[in-house]
Design a protein around this ligand. Sequence first.
Ligand code: SAM
Length: 420
Amino acid sequence: MSDDFVNASDTGEIPSFNGDAKAKATDFAQYFCSYAQLYHQKQMLADHNRMAAYHSAIVGNANVFKDKVVMDVGTGSGILAVWAAQAGARKVYAVEYTDMAKHAEKVMVANGVQDIVTVIQGAVEEIELPMEEDSLTPNDGDNPTQVVDIIISEWMGYFLLRESMLDSLIRARDKFLKPKAGLMFPSHTTMYFAPVTDENERKASAQDYGNAMCDWHEFAEGTKNTYGVDMSILEADFNREQKEYYMLSSRWSELTSDAVLGEPSIIKHLDMATCTIEDSRGVSKDAKDSKFEFTVDGSSANGPISGFSGWFTADFKSRTDVDGLGAAPVISYPAFLSTGPENGYTHWGQQTFYNPSPIPLLRGETTKIVGYVEMMRTKENSRLYNCRITHSITRRNTDAGEDGQVLHASHENSVIYQIP
Ligand SMILES: C[S@@+](CC[C@H](N)C(=O)[O-])C[C@H]1O[C@@H](n2cnc3c(N)ncnc32)[C@H](O)[C@@H]1O
């Protein structure tokens, strides 16, 4: 898989930007079609941690939304656009690619905000705003369409970047948001990474893999005996496929705080006012935050290290970049969303990358894990990512401290996982 890891899709672009008809159709089948279903939208609407954070951010800062022009990038069923209208926005553009836009229109009427909210069906990369009709004064800078005061969007995928919708958000920001006074909601996002213990799930994945191979042997023997065809030539390929699925894919987890064995490490922090398409591409080895160092005391940990887990947080607060400071409205009531183990259920959960075998933790010894995380879009699908985790381990007597004799030092270990 290592070639796939470094060799991301030809252009690395998502098809909603400059994609040809075939690429768009494939993207629709693979990505958008689920968002066209109310069943899928409801799953997000029933995520109370998510809902409460956005509700507090928008309705709780009505003083900021009052009389503003707002854009909801990827409005889905329209909930964020309704809140923006209820918070006093003068005009809300609710942009949605799929036919969910038709449901959103009904939601606007049912909630009496149809005169404020205009639902626009299309890719945000391709739509135009009815500026003249809505008497919006063109921006006098290089980009006359930068007339929006606030962009709200729920664009985040598993481990923040999966789905690559951040590309669409950045393009919408650069085309439509007032460059200095404009606000992005969320305003900042942060990816976290930590060693975790979760032996039940790790063992279950290994067992499922073992069972799949057992089943293969039975099948191959049966096919030969019953139908006279030898399929054993395909065993290695089947094995690779199953191993990637069960052992080399991250798993959705709902961990509890006591599963986290070390202080979570930030591996990427994004200021939504200034982040770039390059940021959206992933996390590179040379990135400032891609490196981690965890110290785990074997006497207090409640299990071996089963693997590593990743999640994200989102802030809704004042702008902190040089251009925005002093120019953009101050957020008096910041809101916060965490998808980490300390916060209970969210539909994002955490993504856990299980080790093939657990890293033991010994009483009286401290284990230090040093390494780095890389994340890159897959070759086949620019909305999906592979994650390479590279680490090495040293163990010391806890009483001897940081400079004590090294009792054990591992080789550097590198595993590539797909985030399904
Ligand atoms: C995670 S959902 C959020 C829905 C809704 N805003 C909410 O909070 O419940 C993201 C939505 O963005 C839409 N979307 C993704 N990329 C888009 C694009 N480039 N242009 C317009 N809509 C897009 C998807 O179809 C989906 O409905």
